[in-house]
Design a protein around this ligand. Sequence first.
Ligand code: DP6
Length: 328
Amino acid sequence: MGVYLKATARAHTNIALIKYWGKRDESLFLPMNNSLSITLDKFHTTTAVEFCPCLPVDLFIMNNQLASSAEMAKITHFLDRVRGMSGKSWHAVVHSTNNFPTAAGFASSASGYAALAAAATKAIGLDLGNKALSQLARLGSGSACRSIYGGYVEWQKGEKDDGTDSFAKPVLEGGDWDLSIVSVLVTDTPKTVSSREGMKRTVETSPFYSGWLDSVEADFLHAKEALIHHDFELLGSIIESNALKMHATTLGANPPFMYWNSATLDVIKEVQSLRSGGIQAYFTIDAGPNVKVLCQPKDEQAVRESLEKLPNVQNTYLCHPGPGLTYL
Ligand code: DP6
């Protein structure tokens, strides 16, 4: 029997409570600011990697379909790092499956690169701890460094030029504080400005970006305090205003852009009216029009029902804090 270099790993998506928005180094995916997230139980990517001397190139199969050459090139670039770390030069076949529709508006790059980092390093015989895995996943997509861990996670931006101090770590276990996240799908049309392009354009051209940088560290520290003290009202109000500030920077970019559509605003208004009616619910929005609404488990049904009544809401998905990496 030949050497069998195969491993399978699963990682869950995460949503940012305090946004990663802007890089100080594009090739090393080093962020301008610290960020904070919740890893979700419902959505995950499962990735199997098999290295073989028989392969002339890498192959990437996403949801049972051969990926485009652009996607393939990104995977090869990432696997080159893994090969560099291990000293082995074999190519690999990568099979990745999302348990959610890729076009459903949920970020898959975070769970995707976290699962790929874990499966590829294990397959090639490297035994990396979570810190090193987080740093490696970061080099595929910044937010992926947070999907290594379950529950509530922070990404320390780090100060060093080589990125060795830029990685995620857990803040609170999911089981320590159960919150509900209602993920609201308003469109499944792919966005026209990727988060990568959007943050770059904003850093380079938006006069509002300095306002983001001036305020995000205080948001991060207050949100972390609120998490540790289980202060839902405080956490909710900070994450909502942090999301609004991030989206405000895009309006000042050149050319300007906006991730919201009119249904995004309908959801925002509904969340505000839930609050006036005494239900604590707060929204956050990543780089797209879909909205995530945070509430406490006792209110999750009421929140979900009221959002599903909106004519432009296509679907809602109820999530809770989920687990970190697992190997299958
Ligand atoms: C708005 O991690 O997708 O969701 O590092 O360029 O791959 P790259 O960007 P990505 O950006 C995520 C941006 C965000 C905020 C966040 O997740 O913190």
